[in-house]
Ligand binder design. Structure first.
Ligand SMILES: Nc1nc2c(c(=O)[nH]1)N[C@H]1C(S)=C(S)[C@@H](COP(=O)(O)O)O[C@H]1N2
Ligand SMILES: [Mo]
Length: 209
């Protein structure tokens, strides 16, 4: 009611100002959810699908689809920021907390880095301590609905504090390592770390870090 006199544009600007501290520099808000990835959307076969944790952990694990879906479920809410310039606020996710996985596999003290493995050889890398944040999860639902195949069904990683290319779609496993190794986009010119608040967008910026 109070905003009846506002034009649509003024309304959008007022809304933007209200959330300004949640939008990193160089980003524009979108209500839609763009689809971005390299290659084709993989076919999903529940009989063949598994999720594996390998490398420097006390208990390497392999979950079938049925077993994975039986793991305790959490709900989170977070904003996402794509390096191409869009941000989408207030996403509600449902899935399995990264902390739940970590508790079960018990990474060894030497395991400082994680390579995330997805269908078709897509990988992305991040330090274990940045994967192991309470808001991070392996998600199968978004805003009350199953993920669309385009957005990573049956499972995607969500690491909202880093640019969204770190949030691998169609994720199939985690590999714990002593040394870092650049993932797919990190090798094709994106920043190894990817903090949206300091605009760590491209690998050429790393020399100045
Ligand atoms: N498996 C896989 N995951 C991926 C990518 C990809 O190419 N393959 N692209 C990343 C990039 S660059 C972005 S911006 C987001 C986009 O997720 P969305 O399509 O759900 O918006 O997925 C990320 N996850
Ligand atoms: Mo991206």
């Amino acid at each position: 009611m109070a905003f009846d006199w506002l034009t649509r544009r003024q309304e959008r600007e007022a809304r933007r100002a209200a959330v300004a501290d949640r939008v990193p520099p160089g980003q524009e808000l979108t209500d839609k959810w763009p689809v971005l990835h390299y290659g084709n959307v993989p076919r999903f076969d529940a009989e063949k699908w598994d999720f594996q944790v390998t490398g420097l952990v006390a208990h390497p694990m392999r979950w079938s689809y049925q077993e994975f879906m039986a793991l305790p479920r959490v709900e989170t809410a977070s904003d996402i920021h794509c390096v191409t310039g869009w941000s989408k606020l207030d996403n509600r996710w449902e899935g399995v907390s990264i902390r739940e996985i970590v508790r079960r596999v018990l990474p060894l003290p030497k395991a400082r880095y994680v390579i995330v493995h997805a269908e078709g050889g897509y990988t992305t890398n991040l330090p274990f301590e940045e994967l192991n944040r309470p808001e991070n999860l392996l998600a199968y639902r978004h805003n009350g609905e199953d993920l669309e195949p385009d957005h990573g069904w049956p499972l995607r990683l969500v690491v909202p504090h880093l640019y969204f290319w770190k949030s691998a779609k169609w994720v199939r496993g985690l590999e714990f390592r002593e040394q870092d190794e650049r993932g797919f986009w990190e090798r094709y010119g994106y920043h190894n770390h990817g903090d949206p608040w300091t605009e760590e967008r491209y690998s050429w910026q790393e020399a100045n870090a």
